[in-house]
Write a protein of this length. Structure first.
Length: 134
């Protein structure tokens, strides 16, 4: 299941993401992973959530990001929630390509893993391939 948090820069997307992670950390029986570019959430999220900085792994582009997420999920079958902050930064702000990534991630995660993604764009900018995940 894919859930998007959409809004322009400074609209509070990351704050919503942090609140969801921290609430889930208290109640979710499985593992929680938060993937971000740089470690700016280090002191904001509950220590029960695993924080991964994609900069450490030189991830750039949606194909590399997909492979990375697939590897993370393959390495730990107890992951039930994945949070991805700032996806457009990783995909060079390619909105059309984001639709393709979300399609592949929806198949990868199925119904067993909840995935929440922040998208820094106005709702009217999003192509239909992305809007279907709202």
């Amino acid at each position: 299941m894919i859930q998007l948090i959409v809004g322009s820069k400074g609209s509070g997307k990351t704050k919503k993401l942090i609140d969801q992670i921290n609430a889930s950390a208290k109640t979710t029986p499985g593992n929680i992973v938060c993937i971000e570019k740089s470690m700016k959430l280090t002191y904001d999220i509950d220590h029960a959530a695993r924080l991964i900085d994609v900069d450490e792994y030189k991830i750039s582009g949606y194909d590399m990001l997909y492979g990375f997420i697939a590897g993370v999920l393959a390495g730990n079958y107890d992951i039930v929630e994945v949070y991805l902050d700032g996806v457009l930064k990783l995909g060079n702000h390619d909105l059309e390509g984001l639709g393709g990534l979300l399609d592949k991630l929806a198949v990868l995660t199925g119904e067993g893993v909840k995935m929440v993604v922040t998208v820094s764009a106005d709702l009217d900018e999003l192509p239909e391939s992305v809007k279907k995940y709202l």
